[in-house]
Structure formats: C-alpha cells, structure tokens
Write a protein that binds this ligand. Structure first.
Ligand SMILES: [Ca+2]
Length: 290
C-alpha cells in the first residue's frame, strides 16, 4: 500500500534518510490536507501551547502547562518561537522520581475514546552535557519517561500511561514506547545509531496515536526532525472502555538524577482533529508537520 513505510525507500534506506528529511523543507514539496477523520466530531479539539509568559515565573496557564509544572519556568535563554519558552529544571536532589518537579501536564478539553486519534508536535532543546538517562551507578538500567499520555478507566481509575521513553544509556535502542498494562506492552521505536541525541539545537517531535485496545487497530507513529522513526501497530488502550485524558511532559524521573540539569520546550500543538493535519509528503501519513 502507498502509505506503508516498508515500501518507501526514502525512509527505509539509510543513505536516503538525510535526503528525505531535508526534502521536507524544500520549496515545491507541498503537503496536502490529510484525508479522513477518525475522532468523532464532538471530541475533536486543538490545543496550542507556545509558552509565552513572564520570565522566571512558573510555566503554567493557557499557553503553557495546565499543572504539575513544578520547577518549570518561562525563559528567554532558548526560544523556538515567540519571545519565551518553557525551561524544565531538575535538581540533583530530585531522587527517586521527583514527581511534579520535572516538566508538566497538558489537559485535554475532553476525553478521547477507542477509535479516536491524537496528533502531537513539540520542540525540545537539550544543552550540551544534558544526560538523557538515570544515574547508572545508583539506578542501573532505568529508562526515562519522556512524553506520556494518561489513560483512565471508565470509573475514573488509573489505566496506565501510554509512554514514549528514552531508553537505557547502554542499550542499542534510543526511543521505546510502552502501553502500561499487565503485562506492559513494549515496542522499540528507533535505535541510538539511527537517532542519536542532539544537543544545542531545537529538536522537533511528532507523534500520531490511534486509540485502541486491539493491537492490530491501535497505532503509534513517531517522527524526529521530520524523519519517520517508526510506524507501529500497537495497543494504545488497556481496555476498550478506557480513555486518553491528558499529556505529561516528563513529570517523573525514572530513577536517580545524574546531575542538576535543564532543557527547554516550546511550540506545542495537540489535536484530535485530522482537519488540523496534513499529509507528510515523504511517508504519506497524516501529521501536524515540521
Ligand atoms: Ca514560545
């Protein structure tokens, strides 16, 4: 099929990957509106968070995190768009998780149900020396929870999170995705060789989820800087009656903090409405775009 990455040598042949990513910004490569709509009309929403705010104050409000922002502030140190961005800060003393100190939460205006879909595009900046892993001496093997979609049961209980992870420092895999359930459903997204961490530059991520408790119907697609990392058939809900309710950026360091450090975030777009997306000209998949 035309939309199958396996048949698109622009993204499956290693030497074509750089050219494919570059081609997205070349004039003449025009993305067209995405076709079809999965999310029911009454559950379509779009949320923009550009982290415009008063420098030094907590990064919370209608243009930033809705809560759990902890130590996150508005800053001009690094800015992707507008005049400020969000600065996420982690203390060396934030051991054993430090929930609520790291990153923050974006609420959805409404719950998303099985069969609905979710598109997310955001920017991150990691200064040189930033460590994407837990302290290996005290908590060997711990992966870091990066971008997390909260799942809730019909009665309001915790149904586990749908997470994008940074994998272990010494693992060949770089990004992993998991649907927390019993047992957890793990999938590899990309390797360190293909997608090494980037520093002192803005990095753009795109994710597309289709919500389903059926692995063959659920979907996770992941891009970095316009390059498709993976297109995965995956279970994105634990139960067909669960919902997707909000997003965490970090919020929890999965093990001991290796050092005091910070990174930046800006220019979030979160939508369940395919009308807010276009077709990625390289893969043929719908996305928000770079
Ligand atoms: Ca901004």
């Amino acid at each position: 099929m035309a939309n199958d990455q396996a048949h698109d040598t622009r993204t499956t042949v290693a030497e074509d990957r750089v050219a494919a990513a570059v081609s997205l910004s070349v004039a003449g490569v025009v993305a067209t509106p995405a076709q079809g709509a999965l999310t029911a009309l009454e559950r379509r929403f779009t949320s923009i968070r550009n982290f415009e705010g008063t420098v030094g104050l907590k990064a919370t409000g209608a243009d930033a995190f809705d809560g759990d922002q902890g130590q996150s502030t508005f800053t001009t140190e690094q800015v992707y768009s507008g005049t400020t961005a969000g600065r996420c800060f982690l203390r060396a003393t934030d051991h054993h998780g430090g929930f609520g100190n790291w990153g923050g939460r974006f609420d959805f205006p409404n719950k998303l149900l099985q069969g609905d879909e979710l598109f997310i595009r955001w920017r991150m900046y990691y200064p040189a020396g930033f460590k994407h892993y837990a302290d290996q001496a005290t908590t060997p093997g711990d992966r870091i929870k990066f971008m997390r979609v909260k799942s809730v049961t019909a009665s309001g209980g915790n149904a586990g999170l749908l997470d994008l992870y940074w994998d272990r420092k010494n693992d060949l895999v770089q990004y992993k995705t998991i649907k927390e359930i019993s047992p957890n459903q793990w999938k590899n997204v990309s390797t360190k060789a293909e997608f090494p961490h980037l520093f002192d530059q803005w990095v753009t991520y795109n994710v597309h989820y289709i919500a389903s408790a059926v692995e063959g119907e659920g979907r996770g697609r992941f891009w970095r800087n316009g390059e498709l990392m993976n297109d995965i058939q995956m279970q994105t809900l634990s139960s067909a009656t669960d919902t997707l309710d909000w997003i965490y950026l970090f919020t929890y360091w999965n093990g001991d903090v290796p050092q005091a450090q910070h990174c930046y975030t800006d220019d979030w777009k979160i939508t369940s409405d395919r009308n807010e997306t276009v077709i990625d000209p390289v893969t043929g998949f719908p996305w928000i775009g770079v």
